[in-house]
Write a protein that binds this ligand. Structure first.
Ligand code: BGC
Length: 568
């Protein structure tokens, strides 16, 4: 890896626009760092690692749910929206964390889960103890069952995690849960649901939170008449804004209300939607400045490592964000998908769909044929390409270490409801569920839970974690951690206007090259064979550059290089 000093001045931008090209680091709190030795990551652990985050050079942290929860779905089953789970910390520690993050210039985005609560939420408990038809049930979606005694669910719908989407309560009624049984869906036609979420958004905004990640943003609004469609009918209905369950046009009325609240703060609070919708045009509605302002784009997460495919995705999404005025987002890994270092090492398989959906890929056991070295090489190249793009980059904890998915978790230790609600061969998510990307991080080569904490780890860590630990990579030339640090540092210095120009002379075949303002050139070789290294001052490369027989430099396969072109 080669680096060169830079003299370009850092980009200036107004504070309200901090998010537009931010590098955001996702923390899955229970697996990041454990400060009190109970095997569960916590706020104390995060506070102790803030110097690490500052050195990494990220602009913001996105914190996955830390609210009181029975962990039926890793914290996405929330008992109280305005509190901290006692195993994770206290509100005072939360405030301390916000102050400490802000002290080193890092913003904080928290996860909000408005589609459903947990079945331990006081409203749901109230609904269960209230009689059928009572107002307390109106905050959720209750229905009578079909069949002579109502013994069949109101409809044959399947939950996203597989299994039935309706569960019967003792008095015979059924409630809807789009995810696990423990996650009853709210009824967003109820004014108290609106009021309560506004209160929640204000509560965290007042505590200094800079923004929100909105879970299942496309699911809140539902239009369910008396007669429910069958699952086959639902599937056949277009998702064009009129579907009874997903991506309804009127969901944006909720976000317009939220925007009013966000804009009362200085700088305005930001929001990013997790919205699984059919087209970039539909996604753009979530990114509207009158609504949430930004939306996740998972296209790269679902793409094969292929120059043409990447180019189309980048071009489409930049065009789309130019229309909305938002900035686009890029993601390769998160807490729901197989880590990209593993995904990119999958063996070529006849009949494999072109789209390698992050959630639909089987990351198998040790003899699964995954080429982990190639996977990591490609992942590093993909990340450097990502960090050179305009827009915000969402990074997932551990990807900066080049971590692979952990496949070797015994079934009985798995926690993901997407694993438990399904049987092998019938899994909605990848074959093994999502625990493999949620294993506590390795901070040291050895010791109790590789430095995660003093009291073990809530998911088993494999022996190979030692070589991917922060301790092993810190200061090690060529390590993935050092590559991320340097790439983020350079990105901060080079980041200017949100524009990109394809370099048509260099692009073609397996090569994708583009230039950012100021002569910052990113070139990725997606193929297996080396290509000639373009002219320019080498700033950073994702792998060692090679020398050809004639002594000229070459860009090897599965490698990205950043160059600075001298201004003409
Ligand atoms: C989150 C998942 C969660 C689901 C239900 C999502 O899309 O990212 O982790 O299981 O919502 O809340």
């Amino acid at each position: 890896m080669t680096t060169a000093p830079l003299t370009a001045p850092p980009a200036t931008r107004s504070d309200a626009d901090w998010w537009r090209q931010a590098a955001v680091y996702q923390i899955y709190p229970r697996s990041f760092a454990d400060g009190n030795g109970d095997g569960i990551g916590d706020l104390r652990g995060i506070i102790s690692r803030i110097p690490y985050l500052a050195e990494l050079g990220v602009d913001a942290v996105w914190l996955s749910p830390f609210y009181p929860s029975a962990l039926a779905d890793g914290g996405y089953d929330v008992d109280h929206y305005r509190d901290v789970d006692p195993t994770i910390g206290t509100l005072e520690e939360f405030d301390e964390m916000v102050t400490a993050l802000h002290g080193v210039g890092i913003k904080l985005i928290v996860d909000v889960v408005p589609n459903h609560s947990s079945d331990r939420h006081e409203w749901f408990r109230e609904a269960l103890s209230a009689p059928k038809g009572s107002p307390a049930r109106e905050r959720y979606i209750f229905r009578d069952g079909r069949g002579e005694h109502g013994e069949e669910p109101p409809a044959d719908w399947t939950s996203i995690f597989s299994g039935p989407a309706w569960t019967r309560v003792p008095d015979g009624q059924w409630y809807l849960h789009s995810f696990a049984t423990e996650q009853p869906d709210f009824n967003w036609k109820h004014p108290e649901v609106h009021e309560d979420f506004l209160r929640t958004l204000r509560f965290w905004s007042d505590r200094g939170v800079d923004g929100f990640r909105i879970d299942v943003a496309h699911g809140l609004s539902k239009d369910l008449g008396e007669v429910l469609p069958s699952s086959a009918e639902l599937k056949a209905m277009p998702k064009d804004g009129t579907h009874p369950l997903w991506d309804r046009d009127d969901v944006h009325e909720i976000y317009a209300e939220w925007r009013e609240l966000f804009d009362q703060y200085e700088p305005p609070r930001i929001a990013v939607a997790e919205a699984w919708v059919e087209t970039p045009e539909r996604r753009a509605k979530y990114a509207s400045p009158e609504g949430l302002g930004q939306a996740f784009n998972f296209d790269l997460m679902e793409a094969d490592f292929d120059a043409g495919h990447f180019r189309d995705i980048v071009a489409d999404n930049l065009a789309q964000s130019a229309v909305t005025g938002s900035s686009t987002t890029w993601v390769f890994s998160n807490h729901d998908g197989v880590r990209h270092a593993t995904r990119y090492g999958l063996p070529p398989r006849a009949g494999r769909p072109v789209k390698q959906g992050a959630q639909w890929v089987a990351a198998g056991g040790p003899e699964d044929g995954i080429d982990r070295e190639l996977g990591l090489r490609r992942a590093r190249a993909a990340t450097m390409l990502e960090l050179a793009l305009p827009g915000s980059a969402y990074l997932y904890q551990g990807e900066e270490l080049g971590l692979h998915e952990v496949a070797e978790i015994p079934d009985e230790q798995r926690q993901d409801p997407a694993f438990w609600r399904t049987t092998a061969g019938d899994r909605g998510f990848d074959g093994l569920g999502r625990d493999g990307c949620r294993v506590p991080l390795p901070w040291t080569r050895s010791g109790s839970s590789f430095g995660f904490g003093e009291g073990g780890a809530h998911l088993p860590q494999p022996a190979w974690f030692a070589d991917f630990s922060v301790e092993a990579e810190d200061g090690a030339a060529g390590s993935t951690l050092e590559m991320y640090r340097e790439a983020l540092r350079l990105r901060g210095e080079l980041q200017g206007e949100e524009s990109l120009e394809w370099d048509e002379a260099l692009s073609g075949g397996d090569v994708l090259a583009f230039e950012r303002p100021g002569g910052w050139l990113s070139v990725t070789n997606f193929g297996a064979q080396p290509v000639a290294l373009p002219v320019g001052e080498v700033l950073l490369a994702s792998g060692e550059l090679e020398a050809a027989a004639d002594g000229t430099s070459q860009l090897p396969g599965a490698t990205t290089v950043w160059l600075r072109r001298s201004e003409a």
